[in-house]
Design a protein. Structure first.
Length: 71
């Protein structure tokens, strides 16, 4: 079995750390995009965060501007 020199070990470590840093950067970008999509979806629907037809806490006299009173 051949011995690994310090230069080769250093190059492998540098490559591994670069790869880990790139994967971390991709994960940060992906999580940021997902968070922005969730925020954008919430702002499109106003305060109605529940699915259509589901009971809402704002039904009838809620403080939300988009709430609909069903009497």
């Amino acid at each position: 079995m051949a011995a690994i020199s310090d230069d080769e070990d250093s190059a492998v470590r540098r490559f591994g750390m670069t790869l880990v840093a790139l994967v971390g950067l991709v994960l940060v970008v992906a999580c940021t995009n997902l968070g922005n999509l969730v925020l954008a979806r919430g702002s499109l629907h106003g305060c109605a965060s529940s699915p259509c037809g589901a009971p809402s806490a704002h039904r009838g006299g809620g403080s939300c501007a988009n709430s609909v009173s069903r009497a």
